[in-house]
Ligand binder design. Structure first.
Ligand SMILES: [Zn+2]
Length: 176
């Protein structure tokens, strides 16, 4: 949206600057008054565990094509985050999951620079066998927590994994 030039409502030229009633400069249309707020699009992803191993998916599309990623995707309008996560997992891996602990919510920008807000949950597999790569995923992998790839597609995925380790360690301590 940052590089938009033409008003999507009236086709006049857009400007970036101060708008009445706003405290920060906004992309706006001086002709019809439309203000284009750069609000983040929510995504939901998971650290999915089965038998002590963590599921990662290899990206088949840009950005970060070919890199391992935490499975997930964009939330559709009207969707509950957990529902979106279940849908994405099924689409990408054929697995059904049970959504658990909220691990974190972090801001980022996607490949085209559009802002996103990334919600991460812990989840466990409830069905779908071994799973299989589908949709925009070229490979799925089950990794021991101490043998995860050095780098994931997005820093927030690594951040969520770090939170998951802490949560998992606390859970193990409680269950002793
Ligand atoms: Zn306009």
């Amino acid at each position: 949206m940052k590089d938009w030039r033409i008003c999507p409502r009236c086709a006049a030229g857009l400007r970036h600057g101060v708008v009445a009633g706003e405290d920060v400069p906004r992309l706006h249309c001086p002709a019809c008054g439309l203000v284009l707020y750069e609000n983040p699009a929510p995504t939901v992803s998971a650290v999915v565990e089965r038998d002590g191993r963590v599921l990662l998916t290899r990206r088949g599309i840009e950005p970060r094509r070919g890199m391992w990623d935490t499975p997930g995707g964009f939330v559709e309008a009207g969707e509950e985050p957990a529902q979106a996560l279940e849908r994405e997992l099924l689409e990408e891996t054929g697995l059904t999951i049970e959504v658990g602990e909220l691990l974190g919510i972090y801001p980022d920008r996607y490949g085209d620079g559009a802002p996103t807000l990334n919600v991460f949950y812990a989840a466990r597999v409830t069905g779908g066998g071994e799973g299989e790569p589908r949709d925009d995923v070229t490979e799925i992998g089950w990794f021991a927590p101490d043998a995860l790839p050095a780098e994931l597609a997005f820093a927030n995925g690594e951040r969520a994994l770090a939170e998951w380790r802490l949560w998992r360690a606390a859970q193990s301590a409680t269950n002793l």
